[in-house]
Design a protein around this ligand. Structure first.
Ligand code: AMP
Length: 135
């Protein structure tokens, strides 16, 4: 069965999209640790990042860096934390989490956002990403 992220990639289910290219998509995490918590996902459905081809892994990291730079311009934070977990969704994804303290990296403290806030935040980060990566 296709993963929930493959269903997002095929547009079967919606997401708050931040960035997309031929190989990857980035969208806001639906249950965020902090404002701007984003997932960067390869379109190829692989469970564990260690099973990605080295070239795909390198490209995923490069894509995630560009997305993180855009998030950092929009969301006030000390830095962007990065985490690869995959215990819930067996489809490689890089968590990019704007953090101001260590608790923001723990997947216990969650924030609630309404649809309009998710939507406006995604659009704002997407604009910065598009501008920075248009050449
Ligand atoms: P993990 O697999 O443990 O790295 O966690 C999966 C992450 O995916 C969690 O932070 C979820 O909130 C997030 N998630 C699950 N379904 C969706 C969805 N439909 N849209 C956005 N994020 C999701």
């Amino acid at each position: 069965m296709a993963s929930v992220f493959s269903k997002i990639i095929s547009k079967e289910i919606p997401c708050f999209k931040i960035a997309e290219n031929q190989d990857f998509i980035a969208f806001l995490d639906i249950n965020p640790n902090s404002l701007g918590h984003t997932l960067c996902v390869p379109k190829i459905e692989v469970d564990n990042f260690l099973d990605l081809e080295k070239k795909s892994y390198d490209k995923l990291m490069s894509f995630s860096r560009n997305v993180a730079l855009a998030i950092k311009q929009v969301v006030p934070c000390k830095r962007i934390g990065m985490s690869l977990i995959g215990l819930e969704v067996p489809h490689v994804h890089v968590h990019l989490i704007p953090i101001s303290n260590m608790e923001d990296m723990q997947f216990i403290k969650k924030i609630k956002l309404n649809h309009n806030k998710f939507d406006s935040l995604a659009k704002e980060i997407n604009s910065v990403y598009t501008l920075s990566n248009s050449i």
